[in-house]
Design a protein around this ligand. Structure first.
Ligand code: 5AD
Ligand code: SF4
Length: 437
């Protein structure tokens, strides 16, 4: 087997960042990344199983790998589908040599050595109870502007619909010192933006007991050279007031909180085992709204959870107006293996789920069309991410995480990664347009 690899990644930012760490580890083990799978000795597939569609993609793709098996290539299926399906993957796709969940990535060097020694059915599936996190100095950062740092892995919440506690194992946090050392390394290598990651980023519990989540935010936000700090995803259950206070106190912390509500109905929230009510959630929102600077809020929502009545759905719809989110990510409930919700009565039929999803997204679009108008005439700092040469526009992002497309009269376009003050001249439901100020 040639020591070249090709990696494909699906799923959330945690997965994307895991791949950065996997790539760094492989490179350290003497493997070279190639951009064309035809040239690769080893093909890795980092998978997602959050919803049915994501998972079906995996099996479709594995069938395509089958055609390549004659070329002497080896295949590794990693990530959430790997953890969920385990050795069944070898039955379905015997040409696969490694099946590993994210809790076992620490053991990748050993798994690679076994692969090179000719072993075929190598698994990393038994580490979900580990206290260890996957830390490596060899992260190969593929996002040129944003340095990701995992501060907590796994999830102990067991929401009734969710695979994550089963695929990513129990919650385990990194020490604040190790997070800060990584933040400094990232800053030293030229990054100005850091995103702290965790399935429940704000249930962070420093194993050394030195820092709370809010204190860690402050410490990362004051690392020299860092201009923007984001964090995702927060769980309402652990959303404490000191988070808002630190957002107010430390200007480098971005004015955006992603706080998934999942449903606006307390009955559905109970059935989902979210451990909060609508009012309890709205109290956290009130804290955020009372901050000294405007903090943008976004959310994830599931429609069509088993037993969701029309009244329940209406409560989710009215919540959108009450909170005033700047974006929502709404999904049809998708039954997932091993989760308690899969056996719940009163499942909602597909057409109704589709209808509710559409209604919700329509309501949100109308709300955003109006609410984004508040930015008209404002000047905001935008980090440049790229250029749209056809339109003669620069593409960037505001601290609130909004897409801002702008023009400039300068002969040379500002470089990706640079910061430009932009005056907003036009607004859309999902983006802003402006001119360099
Ligand atoms: N069906 C639909 N959406 C889901 N999510 C998680 N599990 C499911 C599921 N079984 C959504 C939640 C979560 C987001 C990442 O994905 O809204 O916040
Ligand atoms: Fe998908 Fe969840 Fe796994 Fe992320 S943690 S890749 S969203 S299943």
């Amino acid at each position: 087997m040639s020591k070249t690899f090709y990696i494909e990644t699906f799923g959330c930012q945690m997965n994307a960042h895991d791949s950065e760490k996997v790539i760094g580890t492989l490179e350290h083990e003497g493997y070279a990344q190639v951009q064309d799978e035809a040239e690769a000795g080893l093909i890795l597939y980092n998978t997602c199983s959050i919803r049915d569609k994501a998972e079906q993609k995996v099996f479709h793709r594995l069938n395509e790998y089958k055609k390549m098996q004659g070329e002497g290539k080896r295949f590794a299926v990693i990530g959430c589908v790997a953890q969920q399906e385990g050795e069944k993957i070898f039955e379905k796709a015997p040409y696969v040599s490694i099946v590993s969940g994210s809790a076992s990535y620490r053991n990748l060097p050993e798994m690679l050595a076994r692969l090179e020694a000719g072993e075929t059915r190598i698994t990393g599936l038994d580490d979900r109870q580990t206290n260890e996190t996957f830390e490596t100095e060899f992260t190969s950062r593929t996002n040129p502007h944003r340095g990701y740092i995992t501060i907590i892995e796994g999830c102990d919440k067991f929401c009734a619909y969710c695979v994550v506690p089963y695929t990513r194992g129990k919650e385990r946090s990194r020490t604040a010192d190790s997070v800060l050392a990584e933040a400094r390394r990232i800053a030293d290598s030229g990054y100005t933006e850091i995103q702290l990651l965790g399935q429940n980023v704000n249930s962070y519990a420093d194993p050394s007991g030195k820092k709370s989540f809010a204190e860690l935010l402050e410490a990362v936000g004051t690392v020299p050279g860092i201009r923007r700090v984001r964090f995702t995803t927060s769980h309402p259950r652990h959303f404490t007031r000191d988070i808002v206070e630190v957002l107010d106190a430390v200007p480098t912390l971005c004015d955006h909180v992603h706080l998934p509500v999942q449903s606006g109905s307390s009955d559905v929230l109970k059935a989902m085992a979210r451990e909060y009510t609508r009012d309890w959630y709205l109290e956290r929102i009130a804290w955020i709204k009372a901050a000294k600077r405007e903090i943008s809020m976004t959310s994830d929502i599931i429609v069509g959870f088993p037993g969701e009545t029309e009244e329940d759905f209406e409560q989710t719809a009215t919540l959108l107006g009450e909170v005033g989110y700047d974006a929502i990510y709404a999904f049809k409930y998708s039954p997932r293996p091993n989760t308690p919700a899969i056996t719940m009565a009163d499942s909602i039929y597909e057409e109704l789920k589709i209808d509710r999803l559409k209604r919700l997204n329509d309501i949100q679009r109308d709300l955003q069309r109006i609410s984004y108008e508040r930015h008209l005439g404002q000047t905001m700092e935008v980090m440049v991410e790229g250029h749209n040469r056809q339109r003669g526009q620069v593409i960037g992002r505001s601290s609130q995480n909004k897409t801002v497309n702008f023009t400039t009269t300068q002969p040379i376009l500002p470089a990706p990664g640079s910061y430009v003050n932009v005056r907003i001249t036009q607004t859309f439901p999902n983006s802003l347009v402006g001119e360099a100020a």
